[in-house]
Design a protein around this ligand. Structure first.
Ligand code: UDP
Length: 237
């Protein structure tokens, strides 16, 4: 059993704790909800639990399919034990159906199928406002090697394929999602989380959002949406 130590970092929805094993961290999923770079704030009972459980379920599924992740195990409803990785400050966004920023920034209508999937990279930086970058810019900044970016892209496409198939069996569409990666013993692994905070999930029949868009755009009962997605994805909830 690991022992939880001091806070290493507290983000918008998760707190990372050091442990007595310096190769492991505890990620605590909190009930806080933020959108638009933290300008819109809220809180939702049980959200930490739902997001942690969805993330754990998906990480396990991906590991079984050979995708390396930082996930180790759940320690409680909201506490996830993960391998300490050197996070690469790049958000890899995979899009299958146009929604969100791509429909605001470009003349692409919401709902347009994106085949093959569109991959975009954002520089993860509050100071610079998470601008979109590409491989050349990431290399010039020295935040990732070209080979690492190629591996991230390959893993992102594989994750996309596996998630689309899994979610389809739950009656869900996956318009888009965001991944983060880290280095672990010289290898690129999936890190952070995969949840209703970082993915768009649409009901296949109705097109209804079952993700953070319900909070972002006041689309209805946020608690109900987070509960429904947890119920759809997780057998045990
Ligand atoms: N996303 C995320 N964190 C970010 C930016 C985006 O998890 O900092 C996710 C978001 O939930 C969505 C996808 O990445 O599933 C694409 O987001 P988009 O660029 O459309 O931004 P948004 O419209 O949410 O501002």
């Amino acid at each position: 059993m690991v022992i939880k130590k001091e806070i290493q970092y507290s983000g918008k929805a998760k707190t990372l704790y050091r442990t007595d094993d310096e190769t492991k961290l505890i990620a605590e999923f909190r009930d806080s909800l933020t959108a638009f770079d933290g300008k819109k704030k809220g809180s939702l009972e049980h959200k930490g639990h739902y997001n942690a459980a969805i993330s754990a379920h998906i990480f396990k599924l991906l590991e079984e399919e050979g995708v390396p992740t930082h996930f180790e195990c759940m320690l409680s409803d909201t506490m996830m034990l993960v391998n300490a990785v050197d996070i690469i400050p790049v958000e890899v966004i995979v899009r299958n159906i146009a929604a969100g920023s791509i429909t605001r920034k470009y003349p692409i209508k919401e709902g347009t199928p994106l085949v093959p999937p569109v991959i975009a990279l954002d520089y993860k930086s509050d100071e610079y406002g998470d601008p979109m970058i590409n491989e050349d810019i990431a290399c010039v900044m020295g935040i990732a090697e070209r080979e690492e970016l190629a591996v991230m892209r390959k893993i992102a496409l594989e994750v996309n394929k596996l998630l689309i198939e899994f979610l389809d069996s739950k009656g869900l569409l996956l318009p888009d999602f965001k991944l983060e990666f880290g280095r672990l013993n010289g290898k690129i692994v999936l890190a952070d989380e995969i949840s209703a905070d970082t993915c768009r999930f649409w009901d296949k029949k109705t097109g209804k959002s079952l993700d953070k868009d319900v909070f972002r755009f006041d689309k209805g009962d946020v608690g109900r949406a987070y509960y429904e997605i947890a119920q759809r994805i997780l057998p045990e909830i």
